[in-house]
Design a protein around this ligand. Structure first.
Ligand code: SAM
Length: 422
């Protein structure tokens, strides 16, 4: 019998099974081809439904618990969860229930549970649309909620959880003329100069994509380079460059950029992105801990980290991770700072940043670097770029950005940025 083609809903369930069952990240699954069998429109649909389901998982489980005596096997549960979320969003009950039944019917182990799926989702078709908004905003898992509460307090974490649940629009960094591009694309210019679109549709079809006039980059992620303030002709090293959003900003400022990353596959993305926007940089696949070169006028170190600042865009992260691999990253970040300092001209600047909400990967890194390197100082003035609230500057002289900032504008990713001068 001919195998039926993969549908967006079936692909969503497969993604959920791997995120929730095996701790895989959605970005890795997608890079590994998990959605390649789908059309571009279905790929976008599957990605959206999987993200929405993970974002609203606690609400879906709460509604489902009213009709389940105990949690069903994960494969069954995930079909019910995705169906519940789609129904809560106003999905057509007939289509949602029928396809959920078809998906379980093809399951090698749980095919006999068609009746359960059908009965529960029919109930959800009545319950979910009316009850969804009365449920509480999903909270972070304990392994993350606990250190964040200790660092920022209960009220701040609750505000972050609201920002995570609200999700994120599409932010663009434009080469020039943000006002003109915002008008052309139907977006707004954010206080720091990024352009934000709330309902963008297919990105590659937007004006300015093919001509390379802008690239996708969260507004917070665009701030480290604004703090570094590259000047034309300066020799700048981008130490953990891929996929290259910050490399493009540095090159767009006219700097002579060397972009380095450990991953050859990810370095290819940097080269592709540079080519699309008609900018140049020297691209190197190599290790930030051993790279020799320079000396450089300035270095950007966007170090590998927990990525806990990006949960608005990556709702899979709290479900896929448990925090156990973060300790190794903290040591790596410190070693990268130490090596970067050896590559810098006297009087040069090092901008260290991480898309993390954990002080261990931000405030503490800068405090400890200052202790390890007498003569090093933080440049507070460099942080005060247009749109930056001085209240975001921390005690040790860095910039703390959080998802609950700019609540009326749609939030921003969590980031920590420090500018060190030797
Ligand atoms: C936060 S991401 C960088 C994002 C990038 N700066 C941007 O704006 O698009 C961290 C990067 O560090 C790279 N990386 C991890 N360990 C590294 C190492 N030892 N040397 C160089 N790059 C490394 C990863 O491959 C990853 O691409």
């Amino acid at each position: 019998m001919k195998k039926s083609a993969l549908t967006a809903r079936a692909a969503t369930v497969q993604v959920l099974d791997q995120v929730l069952g095996q701790g895989r990240l959605m970005s890795d699954l997608i890079a590994g081809g998990a959605l390649d069998a789908l059309s571009p429109a279905d790929r976008a649909r599957a990605q959206r439904l999987a993200s929405d389901t993970l974002r609203g998982l606690a609400r879906a489980d709460r509604l489902l618990s009213r009709h389940l005596r105990k949690p069903p096997p994960l494969a069954v549960y995930n079909i019910l969860r995705a169906g519940t979320v789609e129904l809560a969003q106003g999905g057509d009950p007939h289509g949602v229930v029928n396809e959920a039944v078809t998906i379980i019917a093809g399951h090698p182990r749980y095919g006999s549970l068609k009746g359960l799926i059908n009965a529960v989702l029919r109930k959800m078709a009545e319950d979910a649309p009316r009850a969804w908004n009365d449920l509480r905003v999903p909270i972070l898992p304990h392994w993350l909620r606990s250190p964040l509460t200790e660092a920022w307090g209960k009220a701040a974490v609750a505000a972050m959880e609201r920002a995570h649940f609200a999700g994120a629009g599409l932010d663009l960094t434009v080469k020039t003329d943000p006002e003109i591009w915002a008008e052309r694309l139907g977006g707004i210019v954010l206080p720091t100069g990024s352009v934000r679109l709330t309902d963008p549709g297919q990105i590659s079809a937007l004006p300015g994509y093919a001509s390379g006039d802008w690239w996708v980059q969260d507004a917070a992620a665009a701030i480290p380079v604004r703090v570094l303030a590259p000047k034309p002709g300066e020799r700048i090293l981008d130490l953990c460059a891929a996929p290259g959003g910050k490399t493009l900003q540095l090159a767009n400022a006219g700097a002579e950029v060397t972009a380095l990353d450990l991953s050859a596959r990810r370095m290819e993305r940097v080269a592709e992105n540079l080519s699309r926007v008609h900018l140049t940089a020297t691209c190197i696949t190599g290790d930030a801990l051993t790279h020799q070169g320079g000396p450089y006028d300035a270095i950007l170190l966007d170090a590998p980290c927990s990525a806990t600042g990006t949960i608005r865009r990556h709702p899979d992260l709290p479900h896929a991770k448990d925090g156990s691999d973060f300790a190794a990253l903290i040591g790596l970040q410190a070693a990268m700072v130490d090596h970067a300092l050896t590559l810098m001209k006297p009087g040069g600047r090092l901008v260290f940043c991480t898309c993390s909400l954990l002080p261990d990967e931000g405030e503490c890194q800068i405090e400890e670097a200052l202790l390890r390197h007498p003569g090093l100082s933080t440049d507070r003035a460099a942080l005060l770029r247009p749109g930056i609230d001085p209240a975001w500057i921390t005690e040790e002289g860095g910039l703390r950005l959080r998802p609950d900032y700019w609540p009326d504008l749609g939030g921003m990713d969590g980031f920590y940025i420090g500018c060190l001068r030797a």
